[in-house]
Write a protein that binds this ligand. Sequence first.
Ligand code: FAD
Ligand code: TPP
Ligand code: MG
Length: 622
Amino acid sequence: MLSAVAFEAARRIARMSLLNEQNIWCLICSRLVLSEFKAQIVWEREKGMAKRVADLLVDVLVEAGVERVYGVSGDSLNGITDSIRTRKEIQWIHLRHEEVAAFAAGADAHLTGKLAVCAGSCGPGNMHLINGLYDCHRSRVPVLAIAAQIPSNEIGSGYFQETHPDQLFTQCSHYCELVSQSSQMPRVLEIAMQTALSRRGVAVVALPGDVAMRDAVHEGRRVHFSEAKPTVCPSEDELNLLADLLNRSERITILGGAGCAGAHDELIELAGKLQAPIVHAMRGKEFIEYNNPFDVGMTGLLGFSSGYQAMMSCDVLLMIGTDFPYQQFYPKEATVVQIDLRGEQLGRRTKLDFGFVGDTKTTLRALLPKLQQNPYEPHLKKSLEHYRQARKGLDEVATENSGKKPIHPQYVARVLDQLAAEDAVFTCDVGTPTIWAARYLTMNGKRRIIGSFNHGSMANALPQAIGAQVSYPGRQVVSMSGDGGLAMLMGDLLTLRQHQLPVKIVVFKNESLAFVELEMKAAGILDFSTDLHNPDFTKIAEGAGLLGLRAETPDQVEPMLARALKYDGPALIEIPVSRQELSMPPTITYEEAKGFSLFMTKAVLSGRGDEVIDLAKVNLFR
Ligand SMILES: Cc1cc2nc3c(=O)[nH]c(=O)nc-3n(C[C@H](O)[C@H](O)[C@H](O)COP(=O)(O)OP(=O)(O)OC[C@H]3O[C@@H](n4cnc5c(N)ncnc54)[C@H](O)[C@@H]3O)c2cc1C
Ligand SMILES: Cc1ncc(C[n+]2csc(CCOP(=O)(O)OP(=O)(O)O)c2C)c(N)n1
Ligand SMILES: [Mg+2]
């Protein structure tokens, strides 16, 4: 029955569109009949008819606790999206680019520790997933990708949008299979899910749209996914060997990584017994740096000189749960010992003297009672003092610069760190935002930090912030975006409004691909094609329904960031920051030094002397 109010509203609309009241009734009745008819079809299918393969797929996801699927719809995905539509337990997170869907799913999995799912329609739809999936796979987060496929009877004919997802995704997944008949479901899906969870990484199910619409052969799930948490420990003999080696050593340095998650107490106790400074690799920052009296920072190109020194000056380097990739930053002379959950990781990055397979927590728990207190203190003391100095040096460049322009990006990062919530989730773009995040964000055991650290793909920060905010709607999520990175996948700014995601985007607007510029300089190449002619991002933000803010001068940084962080909705704040900020590596190699002066010569020769002066001004004369 139509209420009088509804009729009145319809009458007004009709009047505006020159319909008379008789016509209104026709219009309303035909609409009602249509929607009734539609509802009837849906009801019949939902209540009476057999389950489709797509329904079975969604059932299995729901029963495994999957709460959302990130993707962009398309006709080959219709069966799946239509099935999700009818379920309360699972949500379709509609994005503007499939790459964003994969990155978002990765962030979701990283934060929740659970399986996250993304989907793309056939051909180009799922090809767009690929870069994000590489990132998920290399970060070892459990992600299932549903790659819809063209109609099964067309496969092999060069049909419209034809690709071969079962081949395309093999390099970025542990498991990648095509479902060509209904009876394969749900087994293939369950194998995929189990593989993503247990091997940690990506699994892909390619499903032709027509197969998804067919009647399911099997009724329901076959597998109850239990959260398997086996403990892995080296044998007693191996532990004795390791303890003996450590008990005989004086100058020991620990290099810890993401594999130390959940083993903070054990790690700190270990460092205390060994009098060992702890260096962390980037992905270990969120798990290792906080409440850590042995922390001496990170090593690597973006690292601290203290992290570098602590590694170079030790007799024994004890690597725990890390795959720190840069060979040149490992000591050449020290005895190298490595503990990792995966045997295949041992000795991958540097020469190895002793390798042990075990999970960090279990292994350290078993090892600790076997260790004696190391009485030798100077190595630790020296490393900590070095860290204090390095930290001081970094803090000194993170200043407001007496209110003068240009704004130092370090200062922006420092203020952000001070203002952000206790349990904020930060994402940082590949490029200089990764440097500022590594050096200026303070971890506390509750905050999280996500980047594209292993895959190193630009434009990760906004997509990962979307996944983080969807997974934790009540939490503060901050994307530290480069102006290049933001522009690369900017379409998904629209997603923030569409899904009511109060993400805060801080744009480090240096008008360039600054990180690449730095690399070019270091390699002795004159920087080229790194300029960005940027738009006014605040206007773009406003057009997309976000709050748009700008801090023009250093003194505006704090109030503007505070305003953005407090705002109850999505906000973008662009901050013009200096372009030539040298992030000096702890050690400059001969090659780099040579390269750098070569750049200067080339710059002068090409009449760009003022740029070299700029470079000096920003970095030397502050
Ligand atoms: C522009 C840019 C610059 C960068 N510069 C630097 C830099 O200067 N310094 C730096 O450190 N990083 C830097 N990175 C990041 C770097 O590329 C790597 O991603 C990072 O160093 C790897 O950190 P990780 O070893 O903690 O993590 P991962 O590479 O993920 O390694 C984790 C290891 O732990 C193991 N593991 C997992 N679980 C367990 C467990 N329970 N028990 C035991 N082992 C386990 C895994 O098998 C794996 O071997 C940079 C990245 C970018 C994008
Ligand atoms: C998809 C992709 N393309 C290119 C690169 C090479 N690259 C690494 S950092 C970077 C510059 C990033 O620019 P921006 O986001 O503006 O950050 P900035 O370094 O300027 O702060 C580029 C082009 C990459 N890592 N990933
Ligand atoms: Mg830039």
